[in-house]
Design a protein. Structure first.
Length: 326
């Protein structure tokens, strides 16, 4: 009996080990022993470069968002196309920037600790550090994500909210990721430091319903200003417009004030006013302090950073972020 009990205990321990490795959780300081300088290397590089290119902060938080909405936060957005078209070639990702920036960070971390730190964690940490470098909120980033090995254009096209999304679509796509309406409002707040190409909203100015008309939900004076000085035709794919004019380098509450004035650039911005819950959430944020906004934003973005993460023995640690390991 004794030997049978020992075998049973060993078997249970073995099962627990397998389950534990596949269901491992993210944790703060995951690399404390395996690569203790990793987070500092990332932070220092980001801080050094965001000073000279503050618009990159918006690009990196957007990359993090687009990555997490497809297959979870697994750096699948970074993979190049091979036999199939990858996420980065999908329409929502054609204007995503920062791939070279992430590659440069990866090379620094690889030089310190080869094969240890995932590209997925680098995106997540760089997004946080870049927002902090602009004076925005700090949030905790538990690490231990592993990199995915699949990247699919169709999934990205179907799962990433588009600037033209209405409220129903936004609610569905956020809900699919376990995010609620409060998260929708708070994560939209990242537009406070963003810029957009005219092509992402020019239909609202020139051809909203296919009758060469203007979106009635866009402030008419603002629309006139945009058409006169910025987006002079529906085919303008190069001009860039600030999403939070006059305050785009500062992470603050101004984006929500602009939305309430019906001056949000995207249909997805305007959609926040079409639902009583999201509109009320905006009002409450504006009645509170910027510190409260920071704290609430931090909760939502940390929640987003946990979407369908791969941990333990899932996925891999890519040597180069744009290709799976051979």
């Amino acid at each position: 009996m004794g030997s049978q009990n020992q075998l049973r205990v060993l078997f249970l321990c073995f099962i627990a080990l397998i389950v534990g490795s596949s269901q491992a959780q993210l944790q703060e300081g995951f690399y404390a022993k395996s690569c203790p300088k990793a987070e500092k290397i990332i932070q220092d590089f980001v801080t050094q470069h965001i000073r000279n290119a503050p618009s990159l902060a918006a690009a990196l938080i957007r990359m993090h968002f687009h990555d997490c909405f497809v297959r979870g936060c697994d750096a699948s957005v970074l993979l190049n196309s091979t036999t199939n078209q990858a996420e980065k070639n999908a329409p929502p990702n054609l204007t995503v920037r920062g791939f070279d920036f992430i590659d440069r960070i990866k090379s620094l971390v690889e030089a310190e600790c080869p094969g240890v730190v995932s590209c997925a964690d680098i995106i997540t940490l760089a997004a946080r550090d870049s927002v902090v470098a602009t004076g925005g909120p700090f949030w905790n980033v538990p690490t231990g994500r592993r990199d995915g090995t699949v990247s699919n254009l169709v999934e990205a096209r179907n799962q990433i909210p588009a600037p033209t999304s209405n409220f129903s679509t936004l609610q569905t796509l956020f809900g699919n990721q376990g995010l609620d309406l409060k998260d929708l409002v708070l994560l939209s707040g990242a537009h406070t430091i963003g810029v957009s190409h005219c092509s992402s909203f020019s239909n609202r100015l020139f051809n909203f319903t296919g009758k060469l008309d203007q979106d009635p939900n866009l402030d008419s004076e603002y629309a006139k200003n945009l058409k006169t000085f910025k987006c002079k035709s529906i085919n303008d794919n190069t001009t860039i417009v600030e999403m939070d004019p006059g305050s785009r380098k500062t992470f603050d509450l101004d984006y929500y004030r602009i939305v309430l004035k019906r001056r949000g650039l995207f249909q997805s911005d305007a959609a926040l006013l079409t639902n009583s819950v999201t509109k009320s959430t905006i009002t409450q944020l504006l009645e509170g302090s910027v510190e409260n906004f920071f704290a609430e934003f931090a909760k939502s973005v940390e929640k987003m950073g946990r979407i369908n993460v791969k941990t333990g023995t899932q996925g891999e640690i890519r040597k180069h972020c744009a290709v799976v390991n051979s």
